[in-house]
Design a protein around this ligand. Structure first.
Ligand SMILES: [Fe+2]
Length: 143
């Protein structure tokens, strides 16, 4: 594995995580609908806001970007959810995926640091920070 490969895995995983949070925002149901519709909304909006910059930073290092569901499905560490789940399962699954995001982001971070790509590693450190906050919100909602 090298920096470009690790970066593309982290990017495809981030895009898949975004899509799952948006899926849950659309499909959540229950007495606390609005609360979880808003929580998933906050998460998908934050993650989606990072996507373009994430891709362009990798392009700037010279790689072409994966931009198709086929490529994402091969690269992503975040598996698709095709069922409509009860809210507790949505929270638990996104929380587990958030932990995976912290791992793939850290892997790309270590490669970036090793390669002296400090602009990119700073960006990845910010993404890890954002995911720690998403993790806190999901964990607190699961208690
Ligand atoms: Fe919406």
């Amino acid at each position: 594995m090298n920096l470009a490969e690790a970066a593309k895995i982290a990017f495809a995983s981030e895009f898949s995580f975004y899509l799952k949070a948006h899926n849950f925002h659309w499909n959540v149901e229950g007495p606390a609908f609005l609360q979880y519709h808003d929580l998933f909304g906050k998460i998908y909006e934050e993650v989606y806001g990072s996507i373009d910059n994430f891709a362009e930073k990798i392009r700037a290092m010279g790689s072409y970007m994966p931009g198709s569901y086929t490529r994402f499905s091969h690269l992503s560490e975040i598996s698709d959810e095709v069922e409509v789940l009860p809210v507790e399962s949505m929270l638990a699954e996104l929380y587990a995926d958030n932990d995976k995001m912290l791992i793939v982001l850290k892997m790309a971070y270590d490669f970036a640091e090793q390669a002296g790509e400090h602009g990119f590693s700073n960006f990845l450190a910010e993404r890890m920070d954002a995911h720690r906050k998403h993790g806190w919100m999901l964990r607190a909602s699961l208690k």
